[in-house]
Write a protein that binds this ligand. Sequence first.
Ligand SMILES: Cc1cc2nc3c(=O)[nH]c(=O)nc-3n(C[C@H](O)[C@H](O)[C@H](O)COP(=O)(O)OP(=O)(O)OC[C@H]3O[C@@H](n4cnc5c(N)ncnc54)[C@H](O)[C@@H]3O)c2cc1C
Length: 438
Amino acid sequence: MKPYHGAHQADVLVFGAGPAGIAAAVAAARRRQNVFLIELQNVVGGVMSCCPGMMLGSGYPCGTSVGGFFEEFVGRLYDHDPPLAERRACSLENFGDEVVYDHEHALSVLYDMLTEAGVEVLANHLPCHVEMAGDEIVHVDVATTRGVDRFSAGAYVDCTGNGDIAAAAGVPSQMGDDDGRMMGATLTFFMVGVDWDRAFPQGHDPYFTEYAQRGIAAGRLPRTMPQIYLLKGFRDGTVFFNTVTVTGVDGTDPRSVASGTRVARRYVMRLARFCREEMPGFERSHVADIGPSIGVRETRRLEGLYRLTRADIAAATKFEDGVVACDSPLDEVFRDDSSSIYSHEAALPTGEYYTIPFRALVPRKIRNLLFAGRARSVDLQAYASGRGMPQCMVMGQSAGVGAAMANENRYTVQQIDRARVVRELIRDGVNGIGEEHL
Ligand SMILES: Cc1cc2nc3c(=O)[nH]c(=O)nc-3n(C[C@H](O)[C@H](O)[C@H](O)COP(=O)(O)OP(=O)(O)OC[C@H]3O[C@@H](n4cnc5c(N)ncnc54)[C@H](O)[C@@H]3O)c2cc1C
């Protein structure tokens, strides 16, 4: 293997092909930027491929679509004949409507959108060094099976979820609560061949608590599973389990993720067997589509020009540079095994929403880096709201617009004309920002 393989120059380098990174890459490429999208896994989608079938939540604050990339993406799924997605009420309180979809088709639509925009997708590429000169990234070295490639660009966008590139570039960050505990990570899976009518009787408890308690009492389920969150999938007879949660996983440490996945996989098999043997409707079902790895909800919160707070959310703040609307609850998942309870308390009064400011995606010092998605600049409580995939998509879209603008005008990211970003997003169909209200 040659130690050094080649050098590449792009206008915009986006890291991480999850909901935020895909939208960022497409938005920048549509503005005539030469864009590489660097992804360490062998597939795009982020949580959409790590937790196949994960519903798109929070896309309809106050009943209206957040618009932009999200609307374009789900629009393609809705418009397909037959439709490949469906909007429906979330079975949990305070979440509003969510989108269930055929996950294989959905990933293909994302690949199509990237191809049509002219984005070069570099899967199986692992960034291994970020070279800095003062407050600027000079290049990023990326390892593949062929050696190390060197990538440089006018603007860099970190959509890795963990904020890996920003952290390596020196952007300060925080992780977890005061004790460093992060929300539990979940290994999702499907059961297929379920009789929906019997499995989901009218008015059923979305957490199937009674069955969970029974399973624990009989020693068939672990004590850490007092709730079983499962819901109808997109296809008839499929049931999606957003439920096998492991605590103590550090999502920035691949070993910790691998060991959490091993533990969770054992629980998946126990739970599947329990469902088949004890829960009505599951008698003839079997397991399918276990995620390749546990899905990590929480790691770094990067420090941006502005840090969105819980108080901003409670006050339904609509920032001048707000780029996406949100009304999602404080979606908290247990951080240790003392309670193992999920909670989703309303974050703001009914009928209200807030916006996430562009400044929460801009580092204070680094001049040619933006970030978007899960790692945005927020306080711990605000982190629990606003990390749904629709919001991540539109945050990514705004970072892509901003990166293109920085290149076109030779701005640092701090100098980007934020009012213009908002105008361009509105032109591109984003709802509930600027003067526009939902
Ligand atoms: C278990 C679970 C349940 C959830 N439930 C819901 C739900 O019901 N509805 C909803 O809308 N949202 C849900 N979410 C939240 C949502 O999925 C995430 O917040 C969202 O996917 C974050 O998007 P992202 O693009 O920032 O990051 P991700 O989706 O995590 O994508 C990041 C991408 O970057 C790649 N990557 C990581 N590090 C690097 C690196 N150093 N270099 C290159 N690439 C890298 C990853 O492989 C991945 O492809 C859930 C998340 C989890 C984990």
